[in-house]
Design a protein around this ligand. Structure first.
Ligand code: ADP
Ligand code: TPP
Ligand code: MG
Length: 314
């Protein structure tokens, strides 16, 4: 099977390669054509997933496809954007048709869940890696950025943290997908599109947590020129995590584990109670104050010293 047959069989003819009101031309030409709605801005984000860095190379290709798209669409959720389409740059060591079939099925399932369409890409030979670029749209001037947090805002997260990091040892042991519900958090993160959308016009800053809570909140603090305080006693431990780990390890996974793909955001105090009524998974975990940097404090307000803040490639 050659390059173009492969593209046709597994991607161009796939159920997720459809046109929608914002895509006037999809796979097959030199470029895809996007048609933004009036009074909107296009949100764009790219993520590369490298075998044995972001996922185990020997993992199930269906799960790899599912995870690759989820972590990329998560950036659209973090901006409050509505998904439109994505491109897929795939580098493969060889043509393995069984692998490609599983991969495209997993990709397609997640694309369906996120209402996003495959509209182009690139296929090359080399060490396994997956680069996905997502395109979404957001009402003009309303995107959730990292630079608007204000002193006295609340610091919140969209749901439980630490589960995917807690699953990593099982992932590396190649445990089957249905072995533990914890594995689902790693293999099939759910981009928080609904909460991202609900935060438009409310949150003062927002991002998705990929590297770890402390490291990523550090980006909000820096961009917004404020200090963020995380109150460890307010972090709610997921029942899935506490079933496997002692409290101390749970806290470590929550604070610096990464791979969560939940949103962290800041919001004025008076807007919180209305929001949590409609989105009960949201947790308040701290607050914004004047100053710089990020601190984690225990219930007496004493700083907890961490040996690392989150994942760094270099
Ligand atoms: N090689 C690059 N060239 C240009 N911009 C980059 C490059 N790598 C990362 N960026 C930009 O730097 C910012 C931070 O990147 P990153 O930490 O990967 O974001 P995220 O965690 O949201 O994926 C983003 O705005 C991203 O677009
Ligand atoms: C097999 C495997 N080992 C380790 C990890 C942990 N890990 C790898 S990269 C990463 C951080 C997120 O990746 P990055 O490329 O920084 O994503 P971005 O912040 O750009 O979205 C984490 C927690 C993993 N996901 N899979
Ligand atoms: Mg990135």
């Amino acid at each position: 099977m050659g390059e173009f047959e492969l593209i046709q069989a597994y991607f161009k003819s796939s159920a997720c390669a459809y046109l929608n009101k914002n895509i006037s031309l999809g796979i097959g030409d030199d470029c895809a054509l996007l048609r933004p709605s009036p009074q909107s801005e296009i949100a764009i984000s790219t993520d590369t997933l490298v075998a044995d860095v972001h996922f185990p190379a020997k993992g199930d290709a269906f799960l790899i496809g599912q995870r690759a798209l989820a972590v990329t669409v998560s950036d659209l959720a973090a901006m409050g954007a509505n998904p439109i389409g994505f491109t897929l740059a795939l580098t493969l060591p060889c043509v393995d048709q069984a692998w490609l079939k599983r991969f495209s099925e997993g990709l397609c399932l997640k694309a369906h869940e996120c209402s996003i369409s495959l509209m182009g890409g690139d296929t090359t030979k080399g060490p396994l890696s997956i680069t996905i670029t997502v395109f979404g749209e957001v009402p003009l001037g309303k995107a959730l950025r990292r630079d608007g947090a204000q002193p006295d805002d609340l610091l919140c997260v969209s749901g439980y943290l630490g589960e995917a990091a807690g699953a990593l040892s099982m992932v590396l042991d190649n445990k089957p997908y249905d072995f533990s519900a914890l594995l689902k958090s790693y293999w099939s993160p759910i981009p928080q599109l609904v909460i991202g959308h609900a935060l438009l016009g409310k949150a003062t800053a927002c991002l998705d947590i990929s590297d770890g809570l402390v490291a990523d909140c550090g980006h909000i603090a820096k961009s917004s020129n404020v200090a963020l305080v995380i109150e460890a006693s307010k972090l709610v431990i997921s029942p899935l995590l506490s079933a496997v780990y002692e409290d101390e390890q749970c806290l470590q996974n929550i604070l610096v584990g990464g791979d969560d793909y939940q949103l962290a955001f800041t919001i004025p105090r008076d807007l919180f109670s209305e929001l949590v009524k409609t989105h009960p998974s949201i947790q308040v975990i701290g607050y914004v104050t004047k100053g710089s940097g990020i601190s984690v404090v225990d219930k007496k307000g004493v700083p907890i010293v961490l040996s690392q803040q989150g994942y760094q490639h270099f």
